[in-house]
Design a protein around this ligand. Structure first.
Ligand SMILES: Nc1nc2c(c(=O)[nH]1)N[C@@H](CN(C=O)c1ccc(C(=O)N[C@@H](CCC(=O)O)C(=O)O)cc1)CN2
Length: 293
């Protein structure tokens, strides 16, 4: 794991590991109390199609953290040649299983799978990863519901560092269904002025230069140049690239930003913390100890 040097930064680091730890500690206490009250253990089903090495690692990380927080995980590995119909059938079965409180379908599932159809087979009350259309609507309208985990984690990190998006110019680079799109919706719901940039965007640099809050979610190592960061900007690097290199040129960006997330140790741990917390929310609701969504 490549840690970034911190001694020459102007920016303050947004310590996702520390903020996530506090969320997981609170979640673990709630899980213990729930189990004591009801005799049931909260359970997350993790569904993985194929054996993509990065996905295998992420699912293992999620299951390890579940175990530490007193949440059971039921792993459902499926072969790489699983069809959309088979995947939908498995997710429908898990949705009906009273012992499963949350369902995670690890993305990507493979090009031959209709991921939207698969995500929509997850019962809304078990969509702890925030990937169904109902969850998107809740995020867009700031209604109660489950957040997509990385976007939810980003918003929690902004709150933890007292960054109020109201009236700020937020630029989101990337428009994926589980990251770019929902994080823009959540920033809009918090009254930011949001610009989405993507592969067809013209004059990306000049748009990035206007960002008070920049969310980099492209999945291309060091794609965002440090020289384009507006002085004083808040830089959220949500890139997951091989070798733990983010989407932003970290050292150069950190000379100009006021706050910046490191990779690793920024957005990644927050993603898993939100997943665990939402699994607990779901379990409490299904076991009748909290109000319904
Ligand atoms: N169904 C989903 N699929 C995917 C999601 C998701 O939220 N839901 N997100 C990404 C990847 N991801 C979780 O699945 C993920 C990636 C990275 C981390 C993380 O904590 N990274 C660490 C570094 C880890 C290391 O050292 O190897 C960090 O940034 O500090 C968590 C989750 C794609 N798919």
């Amino acid at each position: 794991m490549a840690a970034q040097p911190t001694e020459t930064l102007n920016a303050q680091l947004m310590d996702g590991t520390a903020v996530a730890r506090r969320i997981v500690e609170r979640t673990a206490a709630r899980a213990a109390a729930l189990t004591e009250r009801t005799g049931a253990t909260p359970c997350l089903a993790t569904v993985l199609v194929g054996e993509d090495p990065a996905s295998v690692t992420y699912v293992k990380m999620k299951r390890n953290r579940c175990e530490k927080a007193g949440i059971r995980s039921r792993h459902v590995p499926m072969p790489a040649d699983t069809t959309t119909e088979q995947l939908v059938a498995k997710l429908t079965e898990l949705s009906a299983d009273p012992e499963v409180h949350g369902i995670l379908l690890q993305h990507p599932c493979g090009e031959h799978i209709d991921e939207r159809a698969a995500f929509e087979a997850i019962a809304p009350e078990k969509d702890v990863d925030g990937v169904t259309m109902r969850s998107f609507a809740a995020m867009g309208f700031a209604l109660p519901g489950f957040a997509s985990c990385t976007p939810g984690g980003i918003m929690r990190l902004l709150d933890a560092y007292d960054v109020d998006p109201t009236g700020k110019r937020a630029v989101v680079v990337g428009r994926s269904a589980i990251l770019g799109k929902p994080v823009g919706m959540m920033l809009l719901a918090r009254d930011a002025t949001v610009t989405y940039c993507h592969s067809r965007t013209r004059e990306l640099s000049s748009l990035v230069r206007e960002a008070d809050i920049l969310v980099a979610a492209v999945g291309r190592p060091e794609f965002i140049k440090g020289a384009d960061i507006k002085p004083g900007a808040v830089v959220i690097d949500a890139g997951y690239n091989a070798g733990n290199v983010g989407d932003v040129e970290f050292a150069a960006a950190a000379e100009r930003a006021s706050l910046i997330t490191p990779v690793p140790g920024g957005v990644g741990p927050m993603t898993i913390a939100v997943l665990l917390e939402q699994t607990l929310d779901a379990a409490e609701r299904q076991l009748g100890t909290a109000s319904a969504v």
